[in-house]
Design a protein around this ligand. Structure first.
Ligand code: KIV
Length: 267
């Protein structure tokens, strides 16, 4: 539950990964404290160029799928672009729908000082909120790209963002692509856990997009992602082998076909 994550401030680092489907949720749930149904689903599964085209209905559909694979981790669902910025009431309606329809325990939204009032409104009404500051991908056009944050004067703004959303009642905050020294300062200053993505080991926990750390996309290699597997490369080799074996009639063999006599395994 969100209070358990809050209680981990300064303790054992909090392990978080994304999931968008039941099979991946089943895998990550065994090892993670938090499973995020991120709006990165737009790029990772739907081939969108950014998170901006992701809708509330998409998040709910993927949230329902992930829920079926979660039995122990805290499940958090992203509120997508356009579903919460207009007013705190709009944010409440979207968050309430997401929670009721997916069964998640919390929502995540992007923004700091500008979203503090919304975070306060939601948390006062029983909706646990994880915030997301630093590089906030839904504002990529305003940022002018996916640049590192907090290396210059913008550091003061990011610190104010962190303090504002913490005071507003968020139970944790994602720091994305925040320079290490600032991430360390923020983590030392606010009483809620910081979850880093490209924000150094100084944070109270870490999150990565599962598809990135598994190496699904062979040509996407951001510096902050450590690849723990090369599934894209391995899948490519497997598919190429299957194609070659079909063309040369090496597959299927007698092992994979059904003869006339009943066999032990008829599946
Ligand atoms: O959408 C997402 O996957 C995220 C993480 C990268 C933090 O917001």
């Amino acid at each position: 539950m969100p209070p358990d994550i809050l209680a981990r401030k300064g303790e054992l680092p909090i392990v978080c990964l994304t999931a968008y489907t039941t099979p991946i949720a089943l895998l990550v749930d065994q090892h993670c404290d938090v499973v995020l149904v991120g709006d990165s689903v737009g790029m990772a599964l739907h081939g969108l160029p950014s998170t901006l085209g992701v809708t509330l209905d998409m998040m709910i559909l993927h949230g329902k799928a992930v829920r079926r694979g979660i039995s122990r981790a805290l499940m958090v669902v992203d509120l997508p672009f356009g579903a919460y910025e207009e007013s705190r009431e709009q944010a409440f309606r979207s968050a309430a729908r997401v929670m009721a329809e997916t069964g998640c325990a919390a929502v995540k939204l992007e923004g700091g000082e500008n979203m503090a009032e919304t975070v306060r409104f939601l948390t006062a009404r029983g909706i646990p909120v994880m915030a997301h500051i630093g590089l906030t991908p839904q504002s990529v056009n305003a940022f002018g790209g996916y640049k590192v944050q907090g290396r210059g004067p913008d550091g003061e703004r990011i610190m104010r963002d962190a303090v504002a959303i913490s005071e507003a009642g968020a139970f944790a905050v994602v720091l994305e692509k925040v320079a290490e020294s600032l991430a360390r300062l923020i983590t030392g200053k606010i009483p809620i856990p910081t979850i880093g993505i490209g924000a150094s080991v100084a944070c109270d926990g870490q999150i990565l997009v599962t598809d990135d750390m598994l190496g699904i996309f062979t040509d996407f290699r951001p510096r902050f992602v450590k690849r723990y597997a090369e599934l894209g490369r391995d899948a490519n080799q497997a598919i190429a082998m299957y194609a070659a074996e079909v063309r040369t009639r090496q597959f299927p063999t007698s092992e994979h076909v059904f003869g006339d006599a009943p066999q032990k395994s008829a599946k």
